[in-house]
Design a binder for this molecule. Structure first.
Ligand code: ZN
Length: 264
């Protein structure tokens, strides 16, 4: 009798601890399958310019520079450690952005995914587990990763995303053909904040401000690997947003800027 009461108290205690957001969410975050952006991209420098010329209807890297608009994009979330702070900051400045989420994290943090959509942002598909699709090199892996994520996003926010971004930006002809058949627009970027290197906020801000242009798609990250940190990304945004506004640039989501649908 005494033992079972102690057992119940322990169970209640662990449930209480389990619900505590700062311990539970951070320790159990689904990991990025093929590791940190950092090591993958050092090994395989990305240039999708040639692919974009081959597949102009499927792959976009920027919008035409005819209007003074730019699009901020955030990859690898939803991440309870950093996404809420980025959403707060975007709301403070009345900016809508585009979030490329992994299925595993969308599944783990559906309320955060819902918050992204509730606040007027657009969600795109960034695969389920964040594999290197060039290394995996088979269409079955691609299809499984993409469809599983599409299903999760649809079950949470009620639409199937039209936009896809490849982990590490790694693409090749067959992948693009397949994604085109699956009715996706594949979104790259024209300005890389290099925030995954976790340089000081001033460096991240400089990378964006120094390379910005009308029609730019800017790559940033709201999600990190378990040991990663996006605090400097958030601090950099506090410098980037007013600077770009002072230059007369306005912020739009990727589908707004490209005048394409955000859902299929
Ligand atoms: Zn990614």
């Amino acid at each position: 009798m005494t033992l079972s009461i102690i057992g119940l108290i322990m169970l209640a205690g662990s449930l209480f601890l389990g619900l505590h957001p700062s311990s539970a969410q951070q320790e159990n975050i689904p990991e990025l399958e093929d590791g940190e952006e950092y090591e993958e991209r050092i090994r395989n420098p990305v240039s999708n310019v040639i692919l974009q010329q081959r597949f102009p209807d499927i792959l976009v890297l920027s919008a035409a520079p005819t209007e003074n608009t730019v699009a901020l994009t955030f990859d690898d979330g939803p991440d309870p450690r950093f996404t809420p702070q980025i959403l707060d900051l975007l709301a403070e400045h009345d900016i809508q952005a585009t979030f490329f989420v992994t299925g595993a994290r969308a599944e783990a943090y559906p309320e955060l995914l819902q918050r992204i959509v509730n606040e007027g942002h657009v969600v795109g598909n960034h695969t389920y587990g964040h594999p290197n699709l060039v290394e995996a090199s088979d269409m079955d892996t691609l299809e499984t990763e993409v469809l599983r994520t599409e299903e999760i996003i649809n079950s949470v926010v009620g639409y199937r995303p039209k936009l896809f971004r490849a982990p590490y930006g790694f693409l090749y002809d067959e992948l693009l053909e397949k994604l085109g058949e699956m009715d996706y627009t594949v979104v790259g970027w024209s300005v890389d904040s290099l925030d995954w290197q976790e340089d000081p906020p001033e460096v991240i801000a400089y990378n964006v401000i120094n390379n910005i242009h009308p029609g730019a798609i800017v790559l940033m990250h709201d999600g990190a690997s378990e040991s990663g940190d996006r605090t400097n990304t958030i601090e950099a945004l506090r410098q980037i947003i007013p600077n770009l506004r002072d230059q007369g640039l306005e912020f739009e989501t990727v589908p707004e800027m490209l005048d394409i649908p955000y859902q299929k």
